[in-house]
Design a protein around this ligand. Structure first.
Ligand code: KIV
Length: 266
């Protein structure tokens, strides 16, 4: 019989900031992984559009569709018993207008158990964040490096100056975002933003002074071996472990050692 757990809520984020309790967040894209991360105590699961790079094998997140996000968000959010689950709005599902964003985010909240959406952009996206929040859709902002703008500078580079990023974070929070992801910026700037904002900052490649941290789960588990950015800590090297396990299975099948008596029906 599973024990009762109190699910994380949006107001917890503000309370945790006030208490200086750090927030842990990881990406998840499917039921079994989300279940494991939730059971391990992660506070927030992000069904990120990193789906495109981590799961689908693309070089960018641009190809991910809203239908695909709904499909994965439905599975991941259904698995979470405690963690708050946030889904990314993918490229071109919200940039056209606040109206388009409302439709897209509405689908996420109606067709999955996600409690919030995340979108990239600060000052420029403030009217969209406001429209979503006014409609009862909690929004997590995302400033600093914005992967959906990868084509603008021809690579994964921070598109805005430090002062612009600070203004973006303020704009997202003022428009009603309950938390703001800050990606790949100097620790000192992240510390400044974290000090000034009343909502939590969740850093990725933004140093230790943020209110929380997020990583792509495939990166921290060592499932994508070719990609090892400076800001990722590998907590386990699953790549080699999976290869060793599968090679043992292949050899057992080839040699007739699998299945054995105990793995067979009488
Ligand atoms: O899509 C994603 O995984 C993200 C994180 C990198 C914050 O946006």
């Amino acid at each position: 019989m599973p024990t009762e757990v109190r699910p994380v809520t949006i107001p917890d984020f503000a309370a945790w900031k006030a208490q200086r309790r750090r927030i842990s967040m990881l990406t998840a894209y499917d039921f079994p992984t989300a279940r494991l991360l939730d059971e391990a105590g992660v506070d927030c699961l992000l069904v990120g559009d990193s789906l495109g790079t981590a799961v689908q094998g693309w070089e960018t997140t641009l190809k991910v569709t809203l239908d695909q996000m709904v499909y994965h968000a439905e599975m991941a959010a259904r698995a979470a018993r405690r963690a708050l689950v946030v889904a990314d709005l993918p490229f071109m599902s919200y940039q056209v207008s606040p109206r388009q964003a409302l439709r897209s985010a509405g689908r996420i909240l109606k067709e999955t158990h996600c409690q919030a959406v995340k979108l990239e952009g600060g000052t420029r996206m403030a009217p969209t964040i406001r429209a979503l929040v006014d409609a009862g859709i909690p929004v997590m902002g995302h400033v600093g490096l914005q992967p959906q703008a990868v084509r603008t500078l021809g690579g994964y580079k921070v598109q805005r100056s430090g002062e612009e990023i600070l203004a973006d974070a303020h704009a997202a929070a003022a428009a009603g975002a309950f938390a703001v992801v800050i990606e790949c910026i100097p620790s000192s700037l992240a510390a400044r933003i974290t000090k000034q904002l009343t909502v939590p900052t969740i850093g990725i490649g933004a140093g230790p002074h943020c209110d929380g941290q997020v990583l792509v789960v495939h990166d921290m588990l060592g499932l994508i071996e070719q990609f090892r950015p400076k800001f990722v800590r590998r907590y386990v090297e699953l790549g080699p472990q999976i290869r060793t396990a599968v090679a043992a299975y292949v050899a057992d099948v080839a040699e007739g050692r699998f299945p054995g008596e105990t793995e067979s029906f009488r």
